[in-house]
Design a protein around this ligand. Structure first.
Ligand SMILES: [Zn+2]
Length: 152
């Protein structure tokens, strides 16, 4: 029995919660079936840190990131592209908390692709990826972050 291969940036769906930490299993009824992106690993790769998709207000306890055992996940081995993550840009915010706009921020920058200053989310030392599919994604950033769009 070998753990599924997963890397940061992989997409994954929570199939069951049998092996994950108790704190995660406590919310199994809400978490099973949800999808997200692996944004980090813990315990030397024994656990995946999964950032769930969707509006954070709709997520269990309003928490986006959950620690999940890889055996509980169905992992897409390839990193994301089908679902809108560019993989290259961090998520940055402008505006106020309630009306924040999500910008694509290149590494080591504090300005979104659209030119607006955006503050990256400093969460536990790493940054969330920019998702062009996010409800509040900046349309200009989304367009610039996905060169394929509009080239038909
Ligand atoms: Zn922008």
């Amino acid at each position: 029995m070998s753990a599924p291969q997963f890397t940061v940036g992989s997409r994954a769906e929570i199939l069951e919660l049998l092996h994950s930490p108790v704190r995660t299993r406590d919310h199994a009824s809400q978490l099973v079936g949800l999808r997200g992106t692996v944004v980090g690993t813990m315990r030397h790769g024994a656990l995946a840190l999964l950032a769930l998709e969707g509006d954070v207000d709709d997520l269990p306890c309003g928490i986006r990131r959950w620690t999940v055992h890889p055996d509980d996940l169905a992992v897409c081995a390839f990193p994301v592209p089908a679902h809108g993550s560019t993989g290259h840009y961090r998520l940055g915010l402008s505006g106020t908390e309630s009306a924040a706009v999500q910008h694509a921020v290149p590494p080591d920058a504090a300005v979104g692709l659209c030119g607006e200053s955006a503050r990256p989310l400093p969460v536990c030392g790493w940054s969330l990826p920019f998702l062009v599919t996010a409800a509040r994604a900046c349309s200009e950033c989304a367009r610039l972050a996905t060169p394929d769009v509009g080239s038909s």
